[in-house]
Design a protein around this ligand. Sequence first.
Ligand code: PLP
Length: 381
Amino acid sequence: MLLAKTNPRHRAWVEINPDAIEENTKFIKSILSKNCSLMAVVKADGYGHGATTVSKAVLKGGAENLGVATLQEGIDLRRDGIECPILVLGNLINHDDLTACIDSDLIPTLSTYEQAALCQKIGKEINKQVKIHLKIDTGMTRLGCEVEAAEELIKYIDSQSNLSLAGIYSHLALADCSLNERSAKVTAEQKKKFDRVLKLITNRRNGVCKHLANSAGTLKDSELHYDMVRVGLALYGYSPIMQFQKNFALRSALAVKARVTLIRDVPVGTGVSYGHNYITSAPSRLAVVAIGYADGVPRALSGQLSVLINGKFFSQVGSITMDQLVIDITNSFDVEVGSIVTLLGSDGEKTITPYDWSEASRSIPWEILCGFKYRLPRVVI
Ligand SMILES: *Cc1c(COP(=O)(O)O)cnc(C)c1O
């Protein structure tokens, strides 16, 4: 039997523009000092854009390092031929995972003495000097060792023959919020705690890479840059601080599109989709679009979503279902079966951003971007 290959644009798809990611990378590099390097964060399949596609684009744009969340994400990049330093930001807790991490030339993040001891043991077993980054919790209350425990842990790492402290870092908790007083205060407190830990490693011969800032910290304050910044969202074209969106030359790199598969003319009083949460108030022309919540369009957007066809907005009506959604095209005569619907991205002069979705569904752009599922082919343009 000959198995046919489907056209990636036959139903619904995500378009990725790696040139935009490369340009965003160059922009971020341009605001860093010469001595500050850039770690592009490509976890969660490059925020839904395709980790390998993104990695190649950011390396072309001048990023020197990559950050991933999981061991498998790092291994996948190595398998695809990515050779730069890669830091695993998540927590690896057992012998097998840490061995695979070190074997794949990925750098683990440590928060505890137990992890350091395990890495030392593995280093000895495979006769290798294991580079690690130590994470300090300065106020995120997630990964990292307590500030008070840092001195002892650093001493321990230094005393072990197979461990080398290549980096020390922390993560900002409030830097993605709007520019309010509380966020500024918490960030300042975190910086102060981080600086206290860094005092422990001054006067070292071998440089330890110090890093703290995510996209928000990077865009907001060069005092937070240290030796390296870890940037995710901004590389994909979105400022994490809404007030800053217009001030930066960031370009969105992703569009979500789908096709109209059926057009219906229905009378007044017709209930539409599950639950009949929408009932037509006049004779209406409706179009069925082949994309749904199983593809990553949040069901919470039901009845609040707008889409673009031929440069014009149309309202989505009724409940968004697993595989399709319905839009109202009454009085519009240029929509046909097969017409391309833009759910995110630009069509003509108009644009729909992840912020439009996240505001309407009480989410955040990060979650919207990494919500697009395997069922949507990534088409690189
Ligand atoms: C995800 C992540 C980042 C990137 O955050 P953005 O807000 O997308 O720039 C940086 N550091 C760590 C530890 C992360 O987990």
